[in-house]
Design a protein around this ligand. Structure first.
Ligand code: SAH
Length: 218
C-alpha cells in the first residue's frame, strides 16, 4: 500500500468510528458528544509524522512540551460540560485546538486562551480550516481567565493548576460550571458549580495533565 493510501485509511471515518466505539465502552454515554468526536478530524491537529496515531485513545505530543489530550478525557470533560447546557464557554489551554473544535460544535460561543503563541497560531489555522467561526482566541496567561469577556456559563481548564484560581471562579455566572484537573503529581478532575456566593466542589476521577503555567511564550 502506498503511504498516501495508508494515510487515508488511518484517518478515515471508519477509523474514527472505531475510536467512538472504544469511548462508549470506556463509559462515555452522551450520543451528542460521541457524534462530535466521530465528526471532528483529530489528525489535522497533529504533525504529519504523528497523524497516523490520531485515532488511538492516547495523548500525543504537539511540541513545546505540550500534549493533545487523550480523546477519552476530551469526551469526558465535554460530556460534563454539556450536562449544564452552557452557551458561552471559556477554555484555558487551547493547545492544538482539538478540544476547542469539539466545544465549538456543541456550544454557541467559545473563548479560548493559550500562553504559547506558536501553538495558538497553529490552532487558529486548523480551526479556520474547520470553519469554526464561533471561536475567539487570545494569547495570554489564562490563569486569570478572560475578565472582560465574562461571566461564562462554563469554564474548562485543560492544564492542571495546583489549586483553582479564585479569579476564575468569579468569572462563572450563577449556576455556571467549571471543570478542571487539579494537583501536581496526583491530579483529580474537579467540577465546581456556582450557586450564588457558594461554590460546590465535586471530585470526579484521577487524571494526568500538563501543568498550568504562568507567563507567556512569544
Ligand atoms: N486542549 C488542548 C490541551 C493542550 S495541553 C489539546 O487537546 O490540544 C495544555 C495547554 O495549556 C498547553 O498548550 C499549554 O501551553 C496551555 N497552558 C498552560 N498554562 C496556561 C496558562 N496559564 N494560560 C493559557 N494556556 C496555558
Amino acid at each position: 500500500m502506498t503511504a498516501q493510501l495508508q494515510g487515508i485509511g488511518m484517518t478515515s471515518r471508519r477509523t474514527r468510528m472505531r475510536l467512538v466505539q472504544r469511548l462508549r465502552e470506556a463509559g462515555i454515554e452522551s450520543d451528542r458528544v460521541l457524534d462530535v468526536l466521530g465528526e471532528v478530524p483529530r489528525h489535522i491537529f497533529l504533525d504529519e509524522a504523528l497523524s497516523h496515531r490520531a485515532y488511538e485513545d492516547t495523548s500525543l505530543p504537539i511540541g513545546y512540551g505540550q500534549t493533545l489530550s487523550q480523546p477519552y478525557i476530551v469526551a469526558r470533560m465535554t460530556e460534563l460540560m454539556l450536562a449544564h447546557e452552557p452557551e458561552r464557554v471559556l477554555e484555558l489551554g487551547t493547545g492544538s485546538g482539538y478540544q476547542t473544535a469539539v466545544l465549538a460544535r456543541l456550544f454557541d460561543e467559545i473563548y479560548s486562551v493559550e500562553r504559547i503563541k506558536p501553538l495558538q497560531d497553529r490552532a487558529r489555522d486548523r480551526l479556520r480550516q474547520l470553519h469554526a467561526r464561533n471561536v475567539l482566541l487570545k494569547h495570554a496567561d489564562g490563569g486569570m481567565g478572560w475578565p472582560d469577556r465574562g461571566p461564562f456559563d462554563g469554564i474548562i481548564v485543560t492544564a492542571a493548576p495546583v489549586e483553582i484560581p479564585q479569579e476564575l471562579l468569579m468569572q462563572l455566572r450563577d449556576g455556571g460550571v467549571l471543570i478542571a484537573p487539579v494537583g501536581e503529581e496526583d491530579q483529580i478532575l474537579v467540577e465546581v458549580t456556582r450557586r450564588g456566593d457558594r461554590f460546590d466542589h465535586k471530585e470526579l476521577e484521577p487524571v494526568h495533565f500538563v501543568p498550568l503555567l504562568g507567563g507567556v511564550v512569544r
